[in-house]
Design a protein. Sequence first.
Length: 180
Amino acid sequence: MNIWLNVVGYQIVWFIAVWGAGRGLWWPAALAMLPFAAMVLRDPERRSDLQLMALMVPLGCAMDSLMAASGLLHYAAPVPSPHLAPLWIAAIWCSFALTLRHTFRFLFRRPVLSALFGGIGGPLAYLAAARGWQAVQFGEGPLPGLIALAVMWAFALPLMLRLAQRIETRATTDSGVRHA
């Protein structure tokens, strides 16, 4: 999979998702995610990407549900519940899972760098969604929510990348195919 198509495709899904959510709509995220997923899943190693989606969507939705239940974040378009990660967030998580083996491959075997990347990039994405599109609001003001997101993402991204690497290594070993 071309890394630039993966980067741009994910960003398109993210922008459409937060744009829609900021207008009270959850479904634009799902519509944007479908063609991106179809493009990525044309990859011969799609089984690895499907496994990552099956793991990352529940993990990511649990993280976002924790933020919602704690009151640190409030999501626009909170379908199915204001206390759970909304459907548009689930669509973002589906898409994010499809970046782990492609866009974020350079962070494999770099846990410190991936922790820094997650600890900075994760909160910035939520801040952009809040400030640019009103897709999320910080319940206690931005600082407590951003700190919680930074800690959560600093631990989560290295874990996600380690899982992606293990899934890919297992698939490579099983099929006899080697990746660069």
